[in-house]
Design a protein around this ligand. Structure first.
Ligand code: ZN
Ligand code: ZN
Length: 263
């Protein structure tokens, strides 16, 4: 993984833009994927070329139809009808569907790992642009985003958030709110720190998550349509538990899960 260039994020936005332009003249912007100097000025609105060179952009493992109509798992064949993948057979989900723009492979997996575990906070802008790819799912483009919807992040336990420095899902929500106008509500909290989900089978993941989440007092989602945000969706167990609380305890009307990547 290449080291990431950083900017002084504590200064104001206009100063930051000015600093960025000045730095462009002095220090070339480097691709976050391969360290190649990026050509031309920084685009006025954030997009992939703000951070990635052309070869790294084309290497991104984009998910294209067909994919599972419930969990977004891509299928390599040539299906034209709605289908459920093996992961979703005989399962009940409290979310309407989950969708991701990319597979959690290659550069996308490396960027997410650096953002979550290596404190590369400056990756939040690029990861939010990758997250926005999930909004191109035709089931979402047909809806009246953004006015009627809320963004809700999957919460981290306060101890883990303190150690990490931030909750990656909440940071994605804040950036996505800023660029789409969809408001964020930090409606869920994590009551206990669960053991890492990676390596657990589906049943053990569900047991591990039982009563891990609840509604945060003072936050109402009754009758609201919610985009639940996380970095990666693997088996869907975490998203399911959050969606269950939002529906059962919060009275949410609809929950759709969007993630940067499908694990
Ligand atoms: Zn590159
Ligand atoms: Zn599925």
């Amino acid at each position: 993984m290449a080291p990431f260039p950083t900017l002084p994020w504590t200064v104001g936005k206009s100063h930051r833009q000015l600093a960025s332009r000045t730095l462009d003249l002095v220090i070339p912007r480097l691709c976050f994927g391969c360290d190649t100097p990026l050509e031309g000025p920084e685009p006025p609105t954030p997009r992939l070329e703000t951070w990635l060179c052309r070869p790294c952009q084309t290497s991104l493992p984009l998910i294209a139809p067909p994919y599972c109509s419930l969990c977004g798992e891509p299928y390599p064949g040539d299906l034209t009808h709605d289908f459920r993948c093996w992961n979703c057979q005989d399962r009940h989900f409290d979310f309407d569907f989950a969708t991701s723009g990319y597979r959690a492979e290659g550069l996308v997996r490396d960027l997410i790992h650096a953002f979550k575990y290596e404190k590369h906070y400056e990756l939040r802008g690029l990861l939010t642009v990758l997250l926005r790819q999930s909004l191109t799912d035709k089931r979402l483009t047909e809806l009246s985003l953004p006015t009627d919807w809320l963004l809700v992040p999957v919460p981290l336990h306060p101890w883990r958030e303190m150690l990490r420095g931030y909750n990656q899902s909440r940071e994605l929500c804040i950036e996505l709110s800023r660029t789409t106008g969809i408001p964020t509500q930090n409606a869920l909290r994590r009551n206990r720190s669960t053991i890492a989900q990676a390596g657990l089978d589906r049943d053990r993941r569900l047991r591990n998550l039982r009563s891990a989440f609840s509604l945060r007092p003072g936050h109402s989602v009754r009758g609201r349509r919610i985009l639940l945000i996380d970095d990666v969706l693997t088996t869907g167990s975490t998203a399911q538990e959050c969606a269950r609380i939002l529906h059962r305890d919060g009275g949410a009307e609809k929950v759709v899960v969007i993630t940067v990547a499908r694990g």
